[in-house]
Ligand binder design. Structure first.
Ligand SMILES: [Ca+2]
Ligand SMILES: [Ca+2]
Length: 270
């Protein structure tokens, strides 16, 4: 943000200097009057008008930045893309676990359902995947062959009201949304609900992973703090499972961490 302020100020100063230089250049040393053929007056007026318009636009941009140095903060969530005409070209992509839609600050690439290897299987992938609801097939042979990995749907495993305030989602299937922000970097920070200065919060929630003693270990992911259930996915099929993640003191410094306390998370972009 400071860089953009400096750049805007430099651009403003440069244009101001360029304008005064142009006027000085056209001034005769003898009488201080502007020396310009009459037929050029119209052109000069137009150029000056354009110059004034550019300066005014820059002045307004600078004013806006100075008045709101944290314009990338949550207060403007959802507005920067439209307001400043930014596109998502080159923007970072992240998965919003537990939700069917993206935050207003990002655009939906696709919505899907969470999946992964079965919690009892030691092999296969170790990551959760956001599986599209409209799969496309290549070459295939139906029926399970010997040499393959499996992928299952995923469920919330919530035996307590914490951390989501309810265990109603227990055994429900987990939706996901793949989102693109116009910012170029994204980062998931565990144990935080807010982003570092200069970073924009995409969503926050609670850390989830596989059960500590299950064979099929998974990555830690950030589940949205207001998770949704995939429609009609309430049956206890198991498969890939999501459990809350608790702090375990020891090498983990306590304080500030607290043994057994569920960890938060936030996804930030910049
Ligand atoms: Ca289950
Ligand atoms: Ca706990």
């Amino acid at each position: 943000m400071k860089i953009s302020v400096v750049l805007a100020a430099v651009a403003l100063a440069t244009l101001c200097n360029a304008g005064s230089f142009q006027r000085e250049f056209n001034r005769t040393p003898q009488d201080g009057a502007v020396e310009q053929p009459p037929e050029d007056y119209g052109t000069e007026d137009m150029e000056e008008a354009e110059e004034r318009a550019v300066l005014e636009a820059l002045r307004q941009e600078l004013e806006e930045v100075m008045e709101n140095p944290d314009s990338d903060a949550p207060v403007t969530q959802g507005t920067p893309v439209q307001k400043r005409g930014r596109s998502n070209a080159g923007g970072a992509v992240y998965t919003r676990w537990g939700r069917k839609a993206c935050p207003s600050s990002a655009t939906l690439v696709y919505a899907g359902v969470a999946g992964g290897t079965h919690y009892t299987q030691t092999g296969g992938g170790t990551n959760y995947l956001c599986l599209p609801k409209n799969p496309e097939w290549g070459s295939y042979q139906d029926g399970h062959q010997l040499n393959s990995a499996y992928i299952y749907g995923a469920e919330y495993e919530l035996s307590h009201d914490v951390p989501f305030g309810s265990k109603n989602l227990n055994d429900h299937d987990v939706p996901c949304a793949v989102c693109q922000t116009y910012r170029s970097n994204q980062l998931m920070i565990p144990a935080r609900k807010t982003c570092p200065t200069g970073w924009f919060p995409e969503y926050d929630g609670y850390l989830m992973a596989s059960y500590r003693d299950h064979a099929g270990a998974k990555e830690y992911v950030c589940m949205d703090k207001k998770p949704e259930a995939e429609h009609a996915g309430h049956l206890n099929h198991d498969g890939a499972l999501f459990y809350p993640v608790e702090a375990a003191c020891g090498a983990l410094p306590c304080p500030p961490y607290v043994d057994g306390r569920e960890l938060t998370c936030v996804v930030c972009s910049k």
